[in-house]
Design a protein around this ligand. Structure first.
Ligand code: GLP
Length: 241
């Protein structure tokens, strides 16, 4: 795994945005795998600024997101559909029908999982996948114990994940208990992966990722089975290595 160390959150966002923009400029039909959370927000800000200043063209780009909460419709401010529109899609010239997220309100969630897997396959797979990392090592919403062979699935969220994400909701009880997420195997099918981490709350996770053997109790360690992974992390996230 290649590591790019940055001074802080802003620089992490800038470095990641540069790689994404370069990819889009060299391959206008790129399939981007996108993530939500506080970590990629800075990346999206730089992508939006760049688009406004230098007119990087997203007309042919396709995007697939990692995950969505079960039970939250697109209009819910805490849904990942809402997040992506608010922070990225509404500010780029990407056609709406080229941005994909799994639905957390599909009538049949198992059918939705299969549909989403097929959709990614039909797009030709993900060229560049952006990942954050949970404090417990989750990627997407794949919690500790998830099989490295997993494909898109419905998962129960760990209590620690619900607590970490409660800051966006009115109360802890409002945080959904389930999510739909691409699987670890789905993530590993991406041609290239950028994992981002910022701040001391991620330091333990980054240490484990770099030092431990791959094991299913620490989902991000599956990335050791991929040969095109770059970690972009700031000094605080790298403070224990
Ligand atoms: C969420 C998302 C993950 C994200 C992680 C870290 O639960 N499902 O994709 O990487 O939590 O979030 P943050 O970047 O806000 O720390």
């Amino acid at each position: 795994m290649k590591i790019i160390k940055t001074a802080n959150y802003e620089e992490m966002g800038l470095e990641a945005a540069k790689i994404i923009i370069e990819k889009v400029r060299s391959n206008p039909g790129t399939v981007l795998g996108l993530a939500t959370g506080s970590t990629p927000r800075g990346v999206y800000k730089y992508m939006v600024d760049d688009h406004q200043q230098k007119a990087t063209n997203y007309e042919e780009v396709r995007t697939v997101n990692l995950d969505e909460y079960v039970g939250l419709p697109e209009t819910d401010e805490n849904s990942y559909h809402f997040f992506m529109k608010q922070h990225l899609f509404n500010h780029l010239n990407i056609p709406k029908n080229q941005t994909f997220l799994p639905s957390g309100v599909a009538e049949n969630l198992d059918v939705e999982c299969k549909r989403y897997e097929k959709l990614i396959k039909n797009l030709g797979g993900v060229d560049l996948q952006i990942l954050g990392i949970g404090r417990n090592g989750h990627i997407g919403f794949n919690e500790p114990g998830t099989s490295f062979k997993s494909r898109t699935q419905i998962v129960d969220l760990a209590e620690s994940t619900r607590m970490a994400n409660a800051r966006f909701f009115t109360s802890y009880e409002d945080v959904p208990t389930k999510a739909i997420t691409v699987g670890i195997s789905t993530i590993l099918d991406s041609k290239e992966i950028l994992l981002l981490a910022s701040g001391s709350s991620k330091a333990e996770a980054i240490k484990k990722l770099l030092e431990d053997e791959a094991n299913e109790q620490f989902p991000a360690s599956a990335l050791k089975h991929h040969d095109q992974v770059t970690i972009i992390a700031d000094e605080e996230a790298l403070q224990l290595v």
